[in-house]
Design a protein around this ligand. Structure first.
Ligand SMILES: *Cc1c(COP(=O)(O)O)cnc(C)c1O
Length: 221
């Protein structure tokens, strides 16, 4: 078994145990394998082990790796999890199957235009800056409801979920609970939260998508 396959089995077992601990159905949790910085051979090892959902944080890097991978493995589902510049909206809409990082009105407008031009409507999540960290992307919690409504009603974006990256030095469960609450009160079924250090906590708090990189691939170089 490859290292990637062994790591995948371990992460999946931990997700299952965390789901069971709170009587959640493990089928309701999707593992997004974060493959940023890693080459196609290592991504291929995960594909051979059965993983199909991947996350990348840069459009350009994903464009270099995923068209060929998608040609070979047509059921890949590729998520954009990093900040998106408005001038890359069209490329993002063309390549990604889910856009997790919708975080400002100008981007929402550009994505709507890009979707019309591409004839492709990848589902979108709104990124919430639950820790209100100035250096981090995402709308602030108090602005989330109005922004989600504007994305749907003004721009006609297919918003189906929310995403967050909690502050590194705070208890993640508080941020996960806040994000789950924002999803629930806006009628959004998808809650993307939890990374290598805290995905089990996220599953216990109701994550439907966990984004795991280093626990699958090892530390990034
Ligand atoms: C890199 C990244 C991850 C994965 O982080 P790990 O700690 O390696 O699991 C998850 N989400 C986002 C937005 C990232 O940029």
């Amino acid at each position: 078994m490859s290292d990637e396959a062994a790591n995948l089995a371990d992460v999946r077992a931990r997700i299952e145990a965390a789901a069971r601990a709170v009587e959640r159905d493990v089928a309701a949790v999707t593992l997004v394998a974060v493959s940023k910085t890693h080459g196609v051979d290592r991504i291929g090892a995960l594909l051979k082990a059965g993983q199909r959902v991947f996350g990348e944080n840069r459009v350009q890097e994903a464009e270099a790796k995923f068209p060929a991978l998608k040609a070979a493995w047509p059921d890949i589902e590729l998520h954009l999890i990093g900040p998106l510049q408005t001038n890359k909206a069209r490329e993002a809409v063309a390549l990604f199957d889910v856009i997790e990082s919708v975080d400002r009105p100008k981007l929402a407008a550009e994505l709507a235009k890009a979707m019309d031009k591409e004839g492709r409507r990848p589902p979108c999540y709104v990124q919430v800056n639950t820790g209100e960290e100035p250096q981090k992307a995402g709308v602030w919690p108090a602005e989330a409801d109005a922004f989600i409504a504007a994305c749907r009603d003004e721009h006609g974006l297919p918003v189906v979920g929310v995403m967050c990256i909690p502050p590194a030095d705070e208890e993640p469960a508080l941020h996960f609970a806040l994000l789950a609450k924002i999803a629930a009160r806006n009628g959004l079924a998808i809650v993307s939260m939890g990374m290598s250090a805290d995905y089990e906590t996220a599953v216990r708090c109701g994550a439907t998508h966990v984004r795991v990189g280093s626990a699958l691939f090892g530390a990034r170089g």
